[in-house]
Design a protein around this ligand. Structure first.
Ligand code: MN
Length: 766
């Protein structure tokens, strides 16, 4: 039993040690620790090696800032964002460079430092070159897939991407070597070196990063959870953080994907086939062969439709008079009970549903996470396969936002015109891009060239949170709720409606109405639940006092319009429809109107015009709304009256409703499975073929469009060709106060970049 006694003794010693530690822990003081840290850094900052590291970090900081301001366009706004930008290169540079102090021998330590400096420079400069070509940052995927290099021919054009001042990005290397050699930072021998210097520098870096993260969270909450945009990650947390984050994400996603196999797709397709409904024979194919123009209405909610407010003279003004006129038109299928179904991915979730009829994720943006890598069977490719459609998306913001420039390639979008194709200046743009009236106007020179039939989408931005009030663009009566955001919302929505009207007036003059179907949809709520009470005080028939979860659910309705000019003359009755549905249903509805069957695709939506539409809608958070019941978590309400029924229903009724909710939630889980395991790569719909995405480069739209037009030869039909190849740009009339400065900006930009000057062409065409 001797060994037992020994271990017992040891055990008691350990316990005593532990108690001792606890006691000393009691005397712990953050202040003392901080003081000690500061002291230590002050002490070791005198050491030549530490000085060299600070010297290298300062250079990295300087050249990163040069890249931020000169080569990247990060959209930095306001003093606070500039402060974050100035702070973010420090932490990682300091951290990495301090690793060299873990090597005690001076010579080796210096070599490690130089190696790290070269590595940092490669990361920075690689991103600069890539950004000059793609207006985006390098990702693990773009780096390791030889495809993307083929696609760009970048390897061949490296020289063309370099600029005269690029030596600045490398100048620190010889300077650091020189500083180390010349020992002008002091001599090693006169100081005692301690590896702990490295640790305390690294600790300082961690503290700086913590501060950085905190500031970023204040400026842009949920930055990492939602991952809007690569630009955002770099702007707030720096290039190093972004690169590391991206690699970690790619490794994780690859692992999940690698473990999936085709058997996982079978039960999903079984479910889809079992739940499919037959298209409505009365509406199937009524828009066959028409062009499609989708209007992605930023933050437009259904309560705006037919909303009126009194102006100073007591005269009633409609919030969205143009949308109202379509809503009540006999040529329009207008839905009064369609809801948005987005999660945190907001606009990107809306687009994912619109183009694929697949739900987003319960957390984060599916398009940001999987848009670059996954297989999709999306509308642009489906329409190319069925009717030879050319597809284009127009958006007056940077293409990297919500990972659009990558995912659009996967969806088969032929041409994506992002902010690089527009002339933005301080006056004509808001935080999220070009103001709508100018955006529509300046899309015309591209839209008119598109070979017909085309499938196009216009993504508006003016009605975006925080709905800033601008005197010169304000023409709706001032609202007087307690919430300024709510008040601003009515005004920006009114402006957005005016912009739509200007665009339609143009479409009419250009002769596009009769051969086009227009799809309007609100992308998500504009007024969040926390502001709905204030909003309710301005809504007719709303009870602000008793506003609750039920009301928050009901106000998630969005406009969903399928406007097909001329169909009423052909004896087809459109008008307002009361079917309950959501954004997931938009694509099957559209495809059926165009006469394209959807039964072979992995789509979770149903044609809203089908007689057997399930007539219910599941929210991304699991809330179910049917004409009869609204189920929010465990509470059941009467959809018509809002009364809570939970305690009045029998156990059987409740069980039936719960089963219905569980059934309705299955497509949410199936969608997540498809997305995170990339399951569509195992599924081949008959006759479906995706475009070879290596042929798509959205920085090169105009020359690719030229090529397509030449290849079409005599078969080329477009607005332009129908107008004797003279631009119709001049037909667009706008009352935008920023017009003059926009034209000036556009002319200057065309001259500088050697692009066609459409404004001068339009003046000549008159
Ligand atoms: Mn949006």
């Amino acid at each position: 039993m001797h060994w037992f006694k020994v271990t017992k003794k040891r055990y008691h010693k350990k316990v005593d040690d532990y108690k001792m530690k606890r006691i000393s822990f009691k005397n712990f003081s953050i202040r003392r620790l901080l003081m000690r840290g500061v002291n230590e850094i002050r002490q070791n900052a005198k050491h030549p090696r530490v000085k060299l590291i600070l010297f290298a970090t300062a250079f990295l900081w300087l050249k990163t800032l040069i890249a931020y301001y000169v080569d990247f366009s990060l959209g930095v706004q306001g003093v606070f964002q500039h402060i974050i930008l100035w702070l973010n290169p420090i932490a990682f540079g300091l951290f990495f460079y301090s690793l060299s102090l873990l090597v005690s021998k001076e010579k080796h330590s210096r070599r490690v430092l130089l190696l790290l400096v070269v590595l940092q420079t490669l990361i920075l400069y690689g991103n600069i070159l890539f950004y000059r070509e793609f207006s985006d940052f390098l990702t693990a995927k773009s780096l390791f897939s030889s495809q993307s290099f083929k696609m760009t021919g970048m390897t061949g054009s490296l020289g063309a991407l370099m600029k005269w001042y690029d030596f600045i990005y490398w100048i620190d290397l010889p300077l650091i070597v020189w500083a180390a050699k010349k020992k002008f930072l002091g001599r090693e021998q006169s100081h005692r070196f301690n590896k702990r210097y490295g640790l305390s520098l690294a600790a300082l870096a961690v503290v700086i990063f913590g501060l950085n993260l905190q500031l970023a969270e204040i400026s842009r909450p949920q930055l990492l959870l939602r991952t809007f945009d690569r630009n955002y990650l770099v702007k707030y947390l720096g290039l190093d953080f972004f690169s590391g984050w991206d690699v970690a994400k790619a490794v994780h996603a690859n692992k999940v994907r690698a473990e999936a196999d085709e058997s996982e797709m079978e039960p999903i397709m079984d479910y889809i086939k079992k739940h499919q409904v037959q298209p409505n024979p009365e509406t199937f194919g009524i828009a066959k062969g028409r062009n499609v123009v989708v209007l992605h209405l930023e933050s437009i909610q259904q309560f705006l439709i037919d909303y009126k407010a009194k102006d100073e003279n007591g005269k009633e003004v409609e919030a969205t008079p143009f949308l109202n006129s379509l809503y009540h038109s006999n040529d329009c299928f207008s839905f009064s009970n369609v809801f948005h179904q987005v999660g945190q991915g907001k606009s990107s979730d809306a687009e994912l549903m619109l183009e694929n009829s697949i739900f987003g994720l319960s957390q984060g943006s599916a398009v940001s996470q999987f848009g670059s890598d996954n297989t999709f069977q999306a509308a642009p490719n489906i329409l190319r396969n069925n009717g030879n459609y050319t597809s284009a998306v127009f958006h007056g913001n940077v293409g990297s936002f919500w990972n659009r420039n990558d995912s659009y390639k996967k969806w088969g979008v032929d041409y994506f015109f992002d902010s690089q194709y527009y002339a933005l200046n301080k006056e004509n743009s808001l935080e999220y891009g070009l103001k709508d009236k100018l955006f529509f106007r300046d899309s015309i020179p591209y839209l008119e060239q598109l070979p017909q039939p085309f499938y196009s989408k216009m993504i508006t931005v003016s009605n975006h949170f925080p709905f800033p009030y601008e005197e010169k663009n304000a023409s709706f009566p001032k609202m007087h709720t307690k919430d300024e955001t709510v008040n601003g919302y009515f005004n920006t929505a009114h402006y957005a409606d005016q912009a739509l009207k200007e665009f339609f007036d143009y479409m009419k003059k250009a002769g596009l109405l009769e051969n086009t179907v227009f799809v309007f949809y609100g992308d998500h709520y504009g007024i969040s639940n926390s502001r709905n009470k204030a909003l309710a005080t301005a809504l007719p028939n709303a009870d602000a006092e008793n506003w609750g979860d039920f009301n928050n659910a009901q106000i998630q309705r969005i406009p969903a319009l399928f406007y097909i000019p001329g169909i009423s003359k052909k004896g087809i009755k459109a008008g307002i429809q009361s079917t309950f549905g959501g954004q997931i249903d938009m694509l099957p509805t559209l495809l059926h109107l165009l006469g394209i069957k959807t039964d072979q695709y992995a789509m979770f939506g149903h044609d809203l015009l089908a007689k057997d539409h399930p007539n219910e809608v599941i929210f991304r958070n699991g809330t179910l709304v049917t004409p009869k019941y609204t189920v929010i978590e465990s509470k059941i309400y009467d959809t018509k009256t809002g009364e809570e029924l939970t305690d009045r229903l029998t156990e059987e009724e409740k069980a039936a409703i719960t089963a219905k909710v569980e059934e309705a939630q299955k497509p949410l889980d199936f969608s997540s499975e498809i997305l995170s395991n990339d399951l569509l790569r195992f599924y081949q719909p008959e006759g479906f073929k995706a475009i070879d995405q290596t042929t798509l480069n959205y920085s090169d739209n105009l020359s690719r469009l030229d090529k397509q037009i030449k290849a079409l030869g005599k078969n080329y039909r477009s607005v332009l060709s129908q107008h004797g190849n003279k631009t119709t740009y001049g037909l667009y009339k706008t009352d935008a106060p920023e017009l003059e400065s926009t034209i000036k900006e556009a002319k200057a930009k065309a001259k500088k970049k050697g692009l066609p000057d459409y404004n001068t062409l339009a003046e000549k065409a008159k």
